[in-house]
Design a protein around this ligand. Structure first.
Ligand code: MF3
Ligand code: CO
Length: 247
C-alpha cells in the first residue's frame, strides 16, 4: 500500500529530511585522507543525536552502525571500521534519520583528496542519473518513466546499473511501498500521485551491475572489482516539480 502524506506529515518529513541532508554536508567537510570509516560514522551519529533525532540505520535488521560507509568497489552497506581513507579513494556515505516519527534517507559519494578523472566521472554520472530520473517524478507519470531515465543515462556512459537493490517509498518507515528500481520500462509501473514520498537512489558501477555480499552479510561489492557510486535523496511527488527533502 502506498501512502499519501498529509500536509502536516510532509512538514515533519521536511524536518527529518533537512537533518539528513545537513548530516551529509557536515561529513563532507570532514572527509580527507587518514580519516577512518568508523570516525565518519561516529561524527554522523553525534550530529544526528545533536539534532534530537534518531539514526534509523542503527540496529535496523541488525545493522551495527548509524551510517553506511562504502569505499571504492563497495556499492552500499559498507560497515564502518578501522579502514583509513586514502587519497584517490571514493567513499559513499548513506544516512537515515528519524525525527518526530518521520524518516529521511540520503546518500552521496565523495572524493578523498585528488581522484582520477574516471572516478570523478562515475560520481558525476551517478548524480546526473538521479536528476534525469526525477524529471519524471511528478503526479500523473509512471514509476517506470523515472526508472528508465536513470538507466538510460547511466548506461549511455557504459556503466552498470545495480539490479539487486532499489529505492523505496519512505514515511513513518524507512522502507515502504513502492519499490523504486533504477532500471525499467517507460510507461509502466505505479502511477505517481501527489503526496507520495520516495527515496530515489541510483547505485552505479563502473563495470557490470553484478555484485557480491561479504561474509558480514551486509557489504555489497561489485563482482568485477570496479568502482561504484551512490546518490540518494528523499523526494516528495507533487503536481509539478518534485520537492527534494534531503538536499
Ligand atoms: N539507504 C539505504 C536503504 O535505503 C540504507 C539502509 S542501510 C541499513 O536501504 F543499514 F539500514 F539497512
Ligand atoms: Co534508501
Amino acid at each position: 500500500m502506498i501512502t499519501v502524506k498529509k500536509t502536516n506529515e510532509i512538514a515533519k518529513m521536511r524536518v527529518a529530511g533537512r537533518i539528513t541532508g545537513d548530516a551529509l554536508k557536515y561529513i563532507e567537510e570532514r572527509i580527507k585522507p587518514g580519516v577512518t570509516t568508523a570516525e565518519i560514522n561516529a561524527a554522523i551519529h553525534e550530529y544526528i543525536v545533536s539534532q534530537d533525532a534518531i539514526p534509523s540505520f542503527l540496529h535496523y535488521h541488525g545493522y551495527p552502525a548509524s551510517a553506511c560507509v562504502s569505499v571504492n568497489d563497495v556499492i552500499v552497506h559498507g560497515i564502518p571500521g578501522d579502514y583509513a581513507l586514502r587519497e584517490g579513494d571514493i567513499v559513499s556515505v548513506d544516512v537515515g534519520v528519524v525525527k518526530d516519527g518521520w524518516q529521511g534517507d540520503a546518500a552521496r559519494t565523495f572524493a578523498v583528496g585528488k581522484i582520477s578523472a574516471d572516478a570523478q566521472k562515475l560520481i558525476d554520472v551517478t548524480r546526473e542519473s538521479f536528476f534525469e530520473g526525477i524529471k519524471h517524478a511528478r503526479a500523473g507519470r509512471r514509476l517506470g518513466d523515472l526508472s528508465a531515465a536513470i538507466q538510460r543515462h547511466a548506461e549511455s556512459h557504459g556503466y552498470g546499473v545495480v539490479r539487486a537493490m532499489v529505492g523505496h517509498g519512505i514515511g513513518r518507515q524507512m522502507h515502504e511501498d513502492p519499490s523504486v528500481p533504477n532500471f525499467g520500462t517507460a510507461g509502466t509501473g505505479v502511477l505517481l500521485k501527489s503526496g507520495y514520498t520516495i527515496a530515489v537512489e541510483p547505485m552505479i558501477n563502473a563495470g557490470t551491475f553484478k555484485l557480491t555480499i561479504d561474509n558480514d552479510g551486509w557489504t555489497a561489492r561489485t563482482a568485477d572489482g570496479s568502482l561504484s557510486a551512490h546518490y540518494e535523496n528523499t523526494i516528495l511527488i507533487r503536481d509539478g516539480e518534485p520537492e527534494i527533502l534531503t538536499l
